[in-house]
Design a binder for this molecule. Structure first.
Ligand code: NDP
Length: 246
């Protein structure tokens, strides 16, 4: 088992990629805390995690709120006494062309995607520094590498996650904490289901492997980056995009 008896926090873990990561970690022996803003899907996800025979808690936490994040970390410590892995996955889109973009659309995306990553990383890394070990993996996006018309807020937040990851990797390396990012391309989730069929067909033509990604494609890499198989990897950005960006 790749993460046997490890304790992992997965933000935005009630649905989509986050839920798949949490399930993959539980199958590989980890105890899990998932947090999300939506109570009902949180409860369902916790039931599924427990059915795999591991401990799981689901907490209603908005990652943009530092004091809620601090409370979550304390609850995880109270229950599990340690935190080995943090997956910064919670993310949103509010797409618009720059000239039409409202201030609220900019702020919402930067707050959840980038400030949420800061809040969780800062709070959890305090614990990991004391433990002298830890793994932090943040879900960025290939849009953070190449940009996209209509997504300047999302691209800025994901590009920010990538440079944040590299800086924090340098700060925490001496404490045996590896910090990496994943940049998915087009993964089949509720987030991408909202896109028009026309846009989906256009995107498929740009993917050499000729299929959209599955949430398990991302979970497998998150697992690798959280396990001992990647001990000598830090500050890295792994693209999971079927070859879309080379
Ligand atoms: P989903 O929308 O399916 O899941 C995101 C989860 O994050 C939801 O459960 C959502 O809750 C939760 N969330 C949103 N805001 C907050 C918040 N403030 N605090 C806590 N949780 C929150 O998205 P995906 O699974 O598709 O995406 C997961 C991550 O992967 C995101 O960071 C996304 O940007 C990234 N990504 C996804 C790609 C894709 O193709 N799907 C491609 C590249 C990157 P709620 O249900 O209430 O909205």
């Amino acid at each position: 088992m790749l993460v046997k008896d490890k304790v992992a926090i997965v933000t935005g873990g009630a649905r989509g990629i986050g839920k798949e990561i949490a399930l993959a970690f539980a199958r590989e022996g980890a105890d899990i805390c998932i947090c999300d803003v939506e109570e009902k899907s949180l409860e369902e996800a916790v039931r599924e995690l427990k059915s795999l025979g591991r401990e799981a808690i689901g907490l209603r936490v908005d990652v943009t709120n530092l004091s809620q994040v601090e409370e979550m970390v304390q609850k995880v410590l109270d229950k599990f006494s340690k935190i080995d892995i943090l997956i910064n996955n919670a993310g949103i889109t509010r797409d618009n062309l720059l000239l039409r973009m409202k201030e609220q659309e900019w702020d919402a995306v930067l707050n959840v995607n980038l400030k949420g990553t800061f809040n969780c990383t800062k709070t959890v890394s305090k614990i990991m520094v004391k433990q002298r070990s830890g793994r932090i993996v943040s879900i960025a996006s290939i849009i953070g590498l190449i940009g996209n018309a209509g997504q300047s807020n999302y691209a800025a937040s994901k590009g920010g996650i990538i440079s944040f990851t590299k800086s924090v990797a340098k700060e925490l390396a001496s404490r045996n904490i590896n910090v990496n990012a994943i940049a998915p391309g087009f993964i089949k989730t509720d987030m991408t289901a909202k896109l028009s069929r026309e846009l989906q067909e256009k995107m498929l033509k740009m993917i050499p492997l000729n299929r959209f990604g599955e949430t398990s494609d991302v979970a497998n890499v998150a697992l690798f980056l959280s396990s001992e198989l990647s001990n000598y990897i830090t500050g890295h950005v792994v693209k999971i995009d079927g070859g879309m960006v080379m």
